[in-house]
Design a protein around this ligand. Structure first.
Ligand SMILES: [Zn+2]
Ligand SMILES: [Zn+2]
Length: 116
């Protein structure tokens, strides 16, 4: 398989939660991993949509799911999903992390804050 721009399997994820949400005390629904720099960001359903914001800020074009059992990739520049390479660990968030999470920061009315 030829290498693809924005996909570097050797770069590990930045952590177990959305970088910006962790810094701001926020919460998320699902997590996405930038396949160029390893940035973990929250999905477009999440209140703050930091994965997409990371693409818009950096131009890093590809994310992969950081959710257990999901291995899809998404290219923002073409709006297309594709099958990517096996990324270095960790390839998913810790299984004891809740959805939405992290549990201690999710408000009781979280459904009113998510995007469709
Ligand atoms: Zn976030
Ligand atoms: Zn990135």
């Amino acid at each position: 398989m030829t290498s693809r721009a924005g996909v570097d399997p050797s770069v590990p994820p930045s952590g177990t939660g959305c970088v910006e949400c962790e810094a701001a005390g926020g919460w998320w629904v699902h997590l996405r991993r930038c396949t160029q720099c390893g940035h973990i960001g929250c999905c477009d359903t999440s209140p703050s949509q930091h994965a997409t914001a990371h693409f818009q800020a950096t131009g890093h074009p590809v994310i992969t799911s950081f959710e257990p059992g999901e291995d899809w990739f998404w290219d923002y520049t073409t709006d297309e999903g594709f099958l990517g390479p096996v990324m270095c660990p960790a390839t998913e968030r810790p299984l004891d992390q809740t959805v939405p999470g992290p549990a201690e920061r999710v408000p009781a009315d979280w459904r009113d804050h998510v995007h469709e």
